[in-house]
Design a protein around this ligand. Structure first.
Ligand code: URA
Length: 244
């Protein structure tokens, strides 16, 4: 292991290293594919129809149209409190896609995901497994606008943003998705389960393998989760290696 990586792991408190057992991948179940359009919640029939038409339009967009559509989106009330939308950043043909929950204050001010304290930790997590932002990595969020006071996105806010994320995933075609935290994991998998239940297993989203780990902001508050995150990163890296 090179010195830079050793330093990063030390800073993260992720040493001593956790090693993936060779039979680890084989023993982990693949869970159900998520179908986002089917999961309509209760809305009047006319509104559902409008949603479906909007989803169908978004799912055909190229990058420019998609960025433009997100920038001008007024589909949920978050548009009234945002400074700007936070679309996503990175390699548009990345093998890895990291998905967080939603922009915070720094992201809302800059328009880039994960630029605050949690973002620095995410960068360290990437470095720890030999990755960097912009190189084979695409980073985005479940919602593209900041929820006021950093609250969790509401169900309908997340649902209005779903087609944007689905289109980003379809355009990037990552080999592996890493869901960062409970909000990302639950929205992507449509499962109301805790992170501790969801991590350590291989899931999938529209046929793309997906792994779950703790959100870097949680990690900043909960030092005891570091060894689990390191375990998850190793699992993700081993999964990627098995795919390439
Ligand atoms: N937390 C997130 O989930 N996403 C960001 O972009 C920043 C913080």
């Amino acid at each position: 292991m090179n010195t830079k990586r050793k330093q990063v792991l030390k800073e993260l408190g992720l040493t001593p290293l956790w090693r993936i057992k060779s039979d680890y991948l084989a023993n982990h179940a693949v869970t159900q594919t998520h179908s986002y359009i089917k999961n309509q919640h209760k809305k009047p029939p006319s509104a559902i129809k409008t949603d479906e038409a909007r989803y169908a339009d978004i799912l055909k967009m190229d990058w420019d149209k998609l960025i433009n559509s997100v920038t001008n989106c007024k589909a949920c009330p978050l548009n009234q409190t945002r400074t700007q939308t936070v679309f996503g950043i990175g390699d548009q043909h990345a093998n890895w896609m990291y998905i967080g929950e939603g922009p915070g204050a720094r992201e809302d001010a800059t328009g880039e995901p994960f630029v605050g304290q949690a973002g620095k930790l995410l960068d360290n997590m990437l470095t720890a497994i030999g990755l960097k932002r912009d190189d084979q990595v695409y980073i985005t969020n479940i919602v593209k606008c900041r929820p006021p006071n950093n609250r969790n996105p509401a169900l309908d806010e997340a649902r209005q943003c779903e087609p944007y994320l689905a289109r980003q995933i379809a355009l990037v075609k990552p080999k592996l998705i890493v869901a960062l935290g409970k909000v990302a994991a639950q929205n992507l998998l449509k499962r109301d389960e805790s992170i501790s239940n969801l991590r350590g297993r291989l899931h999938e989203f529209s046929g793309i393998p997906l792994v779950v780990t703790y959100h870097p902001a949680y990690l900043l508050r909960t030092l005891s989760a570091k060894s689990k995150v390191w375990e998850d990163l190793c699992f993700a890296r081993a999964t990627m290696q098995s795919l390439t």
